[in-house]
Design a protein around this ligand. Structure first.
Ligand code: IDP
Ligand code: MG
Length: 138
């Protein structure tokens, strides 16, 4: 399997609950390597670009308000099959459906407060790493 990079966001609900360390620990424990990290206060422009695919959804405004509501810790993680493996470690989108053992299944209750974002395909991973880190990453 190919070595991949993926964008992970530890979202404002996780930061408010002081879960950044716990969440990063779970990714590191799986063997993923931290390639970049920064604390960002997301503005509406970045929020709308990051979640552009959801622009027409009824929850779009709530989602933008949520991701701009406080600090977000943005990470680039690298490893074999990192994109799919991170999604499994994160768990199903709705915490109510997330398996115990996953981040959302252990630590979250309902949407939109599901703690973490992870890129969902090689194409979106490339776009999202560029959007969040641009030239900062070799
Ligand atoms: P993902 O984060 O698992 O990839 P997406 O479907 O891409 O899930 O949705 C992006 C984010 O939008 C979710 O992580 C969640 O925070 C929020 N969200 C998704 N569906 C709903 C909803 O029905 N109501 C409120 N928020 C939602
Ligand atoms: Mg998504």
């Amino acid at each position: 399997m190919a070595v991949e990079r993926t964008l992970i966001l530890i979202k404002p609900d996780a930061m408010r609950r002081a879960l950044a360390g716990e969440i990063l620990r779970r990714f590191e424990a799986r063997g993923l390597e931290l390639r970049a990290a920064k604390l960002v206060t997301v503005d509406a422009d970045l929020a709308e670009r990051h979640y552009a695919v959801h622009r027409e959804k009824p929850f779009f405004r709530e989602l933008v308000d949520f991701i701009t509501s406080g600090a977000t810790l943005a990470l680039v993680l690298e490893g074999e099959g990192a994109i799919a493996t991170c999604r499994k470690t994160i768990g199903a989108t709705n915490p109510a459906d997330a398996d115990p053992g996953s981040i959302r299944g252990d630590l979250a209750l309902s949407m939109p407060d599901n703690l973490v974002h992870g890129s969902d395909s090689p194409e979106t991973a490339a776009e999202e790493v560029a959007l969040w880190f641009g030239d900062e990453l070799a």
